[in-house]
Design a protein around this ligand. Sequence first.
Ligand code: ATP
Length: 582
Amino acid sequence: MSKFKAWLNDVTLGQPKYTIKFALWYFFDNYVSSIPFAIMLMAVYLFLGPVIDPEAAIPVTGILILCGVLLLQSIAYYFVARKTYIVGCTGFADVARKSRIKMGEHLRELPMGFYNKHDVGDLTTILLRDYETVENNCNDLVPKVAVIAARLSLALIVLTVFDWRMMLATIAVIPLAIPLAVMSYRRLVRKNIDLLDVQQDNIARILEYVGGLQTLKAFNQSDEMYRTLKASCDDLRIKSLEMEDASAPIGMLAKAVLNIGIAVVMAFGVFLLFYGGLSPFTLIVFLLLVLNLYNPVMSLLLMLANITRLNHCADRIKEVMNEKPLSHAEEAVTPVDSSIRFEHVSFSYGREEVLHDISFNLPAHSMTALVGPSGSGKSTIARLIARFWDTSTGNIMIGKAPIKQLNADDVLKNISVVFQDVYLFHDTIENNIRMGREDATHDEIVEAANLAACHDFIMALPEGYQTLVGEGGSTLSGGEKQRISIARALLKNAPIVLLDEATASLDPQNEVWIQKAIDALVEDKTVVIIAHRLRSIQNADQIIVLDKGRVAEKGNHEQLLKNNGLYSRLWMEQQKSGSWRL
Ligand code: ATP
């Protein structure tokens, strides 16, 4: 029973109560609407006496009772049908909507490690296909199961009233359908999983193809990628056909069972007619009702394919919802200032450790530059400060409070992040900047844009601040996108700024603008800058030099040059390449 409860909970997206209510109203609705048919049969039965024997009295009382029941049925039907309509109106759309929102909130709380395991195609499939499958199947299956239950139970009651022996003969073949259902179900589960996996792969291939088209064209690889996409579409076609092939025998076998049932009812009915005192009318009733009883059983068998699909998609949704979010403190603390401290921090994305025993102290309102060769761990440190991930060992303190004891919102409120891969949403420029602070007025947005050196280029756009930006910011240049993201950060005005300096060489004019925007942003803040060009961080209060995930050196520019270590080597190399460029 507890297994059934858990299953019901999963396939109804955590809303079993609503589902049961939905099913019960459909059940009543069908029950009540089938009553006239039963009354009609009884009326025929009552009239049959005087028709066969003209001497027999007309069953006035019986007929009056049936009329009374019909009247009550009409009244009851009005209320039941109305309520069923109201309950069924929103159907599972509302359940799915709430569950999608819940998943959205959950995804926000998951560590970035989750996104390492699940690519965009995977998550798109869950949020679109899996939810849609559960929603459509529940909308379709719940009323169907309720109708089947109503018809079956009513048919059983009516048939038992007429002749219980015939009723037993009628249902005798139903157990035959059980092994058939089990066998078919197992096969369907296998084929369905194959099909759904291929569907997911196909979505991922389509997203990859469309998203990477520009790069593919640039490297003349679009034919190769097209072939991969085509192979995936062909595979999808094959798996869909295999699935159809697996479902087809169920219908045929179910029909065979049904025919056996009709034959049994006919043979046993004729036997009872001659030797068991069965009236011809009762035999006719059974022959008429037998299909009413078998059709629902057949519909149930035909629903197996949908049920396997429903189970698989609900499992995938559950798997994501069961992912552990970043740990929450029982009692949240608030940071007292904007200092940052790493205490013996080690970290690994997967099995391999990429940061080893890192300790440093960044006083409030100071500027610290992280430098080091590619892959030395600079971005990883910035991500840990923003709590995109949790440390494996050691502590990170923000404002003298352990980061794990801060509310996720507190961390985000205190930190502005300006990374290189700026994402702009398919919305107006104004709303993209407003992401920094939701309640900002238009004037405040213009002020931030001015400070970030983007007001002029925004005003030159056809609709100024109301110009729509393509998804991902595809309609703006790299430098423009970065300045918009600085305007966002300026508007947010968080006490800590994490800044990833652009690696791509910018034209001198853009470089001047971006530098001006950054100067405005970092004023009086605790700044951590991931530096690629050492000359831009000569004046930093502290420079932390990383090498293979360890702190190699710490100090200011002059001290580090005197050390003659890694920093001084990197400085000399950049000086040389700079003079060569000149
Ligand atoms: P760069 O200057 O090239 O940006 P970095 O100094 O910022 O490099 P990180 O990006 O922090 O270096 O990477 C440190 C190590 O962690 C590298 O070995 C990298 O391959 C690995 N790494 C980075 N991001 C991930 C990830 N999402 N999953 C797994 N490993 C990662």
